[in-house]
Design a protein around this ligand. Structure first.
Ligand code: AMP
Length: 536
């Protein structure tokens, strides 16, 4: 038996239990996230048996936050960030204001001090980066306008938190005069970080990655990406006092303009997902079930503020800016939870004796409950928006007497297929997650369903039951397999043609019910051979 190895024990216990509980959760048809949280409760200090090291778990969770925010940055350009500032800045500020006031109201009723109320309210007002990003990624809406608004909103919240973390110790010291100073210095540091990244980082980082890519070593490239993500995040926190998350986001955003951003994102995926799991495990560890019995009413009020107070405020702000009902719902659902920032605030507040211990426990319990409820809230709004979409669905371009072909994905492959089918006079229904794809046919030319084809509602809406054929032209084989399986369940006779990249994928898709699979690499090779024959 080796010596004391708490880090290994924490990682192993976290991942193994998360896996077991997530497998159970998936069996029970709930989000695997619930399984991760449950795993955390089991290794947490409030349940008997093995107890993992909480502070190590928190650090591992921070790694998850860094890698996630880096990944988001990779999909974001400076232009994207600026394009949503008009709604994200006022939106986040007003929503933080409303939630903080609600929290202060509850604190007042519980007889806490004004400062305790402010800390408590602020903690309830910020959403968790990890939970929000996971929800958006799962629904493939990260790259859409509403996804960008949500991320911009998150960045503003993050900046407010950076300020709050500086101001709270000043509040504790009770030095009113230092307040202005503290704000001024923090703003200067954040501005210095932005300027440094935009002027120096923007030149050096893409250049470095370019050079590494040309060494041809995949290993070195992967290492470079990780070094950049972690190095910038850590440096930003140590040198400029901004959060890890914000530093990582900026590192990613600067790489987004590089032609290697796609590859960089892929290289960090497995690590990112593993650490994101540890994030949820570490949240679960904080949960003390006692609070359910000692303060049921205060806890219910806390949860209501997070889920209802924040989201209703956010919904009306989004609507006030002229965005659609469904955008409003998505943003509200995204924000209807709290997480890592709230823990940091709660811990800081408690350690400075600004926040009573009950306040901290309410925040922790509120976080775990709202994170658990979040997938259900999204499922609820999915139902509402599908209904809305159905009600406002465009009428068929022409009464369709002939059976249609359903095409999933309108990217590099799908758009060629679509154009070919339309030119051949076929009736086509396109399913695409993105609504601003270039060259998407107009609604006079084809039926367009915006949504994730892996969602059975969406397939039903595309009238798959009476379709003539289905093409699945998306690159993600795992997801394509889900789509094929659902489609097969809806229509047993349907010819289904799917896209694959390897022999394993061909086997996988065939097993799920694909009639035919086209492997891009094989087709390319055949064309090359044909060219060789033509020359010979
Ligand atoms: P490409 O790899 O360029 O052929 O692009 C694939 C296209 O499929 C992109 O436009 C994606 O937005 C779209 N797509 C990916 N997954 C799904 C899905 N589950 N449902 C509908 N469209 C999807």
């Amino acid at each position: 038996m080796p010596h004391h190895t708490p880090l290994i024990a924490t990682i192993v216990a976290g991942l193994v239990l998360a896996f077991i509980f997530a497998a159970i959760a998936v069996r029970l048809r709930v989000s695997p996230l619930i399984g991760y949280l449950a795993a955390g409760v089991v290794v947490g200090p409030f349940t008997p048996g093995y107890v993992a090291d909480q502070s190590l778990a928190n650090e591992l969770a921070e790694m998850g936050v860094i890698l996630l925010m880096f990944g988001v940055g990779l999909h974001f350009s400076v232009r994207d960030l600026l394009s949503v500032r008009k709604i994200a800045i006022p939106g986040a500020l007003v929503q933080i204001g409303v939630a903080t006031l609600l929290g202060m109201g509850l604190a007042f009723m519980l007889g806490w001090s004004l400062v305790a109320g402010i800390v408590f309210g602020l903690a309830l007002s910020v959403a968790s980066t990890v939970v929000l990003l996971r929800a958006l990624q799962e629904r493939k809406i990260l790259d859409t306008e509403r996804g960008k608004i949500a991320v911009g909103w998150l960045i503003v919240e993050d900046l407010v938190m950076v300020l709050a973390l500086v101001l709270i110790p000043a509040m504790a010291a009770g030095q009113g005069g230092n307040f202005g100073w503290a704000i001024g210095i923090t703003v200067l540091k954040v501005a210095a970080f932005f300027a440094f990244m935009l002027i120096v980082g923007r030149r050096v980082i893409p250049w470095a990655l370019h050079e590494i890519a040309h060494t041809g070593s995949r290993e070195l490239f992967r290492l470079a990406v990780l070094a950049i993500a972690l190095g910038v995040a850590f440096g930003a926190a140590k040198l400029f006092g901004v959060s890890f998350a914000l530093g990582a986001f900026f590192a990613g955003m600067i790489l987004a303009e590089s032609p290697f951003s796609q590859r960089a994102a892929q290289e960090t995926l497995p690590l990112r997902d593993a650490f994101a799991v540890l994030f949820f495990v570490s949240v679960g560890m904080l949960f003390n079930p006692n609070i359910l019995f000692s303060h049921p009413v205060a806890l219910a009020a806390t949860v209501a503020i997070i889920i209802l107070g924040k989201s209703i405020a956010a919904y009306f702000i989004v609507r006030a800016f002229g965005r659609s009902h469904s955008t409003g719902l998505v943003i509200s659902a995204s924000l209807a939870q709290i997480g890592e920032f709230s823990f940091i605030l709660a811990t800081l507040g408690a350690s400075l004796a600004l926040l009573p211990p009950d306040g901290r426990n309410l925040i922790l319990a509120g976080a775990i409950i709202t994170i658990m409820l979040n997938p259900f809230i999204f499922a609820l709004i999915d139902r509402f928006t599908v209904m809305e979409a159905k009600d406002s669905a465009p009428l068929p371009a022409a009464p369709r007497d002939k059976r249609h072909i359903v095409l999933v994905g309108y990217g590099r492959v799908g758009n060629l297929v679509g154009k070919g089918l339309l030119a051949a006079g076929e009736a086509v229904t396109v399913i695409e997650t993105e609504n601003d794809i270039e060259g998407l046919p107009s609604i006079d030319e084809a039926q367009i369903v915006i949504g994730n084809a892996a969602d059975p509602h969406v397939l039903v809406w595309a009238e798959l039951d009476r379709a003539k054929m289905l093409f699945v032209a998306i690159p993600d084989t795992f997801e394509a397999g889900q789509i094929v399986e659902q489609a097969r369940a809806i229509n047993a006779e349907l010819p289904i043609v799917a896209r694959a990249h390897s022999d394993e994928e061909v086997a996988y898709l065939t097993a799920r019910g694909a009639t035919r699979t086209i492997m891009g690499e094989r087709e390319i090779a055949q064309r090359m051979i044909a060219d060789a024959k033509a020359v010979a």
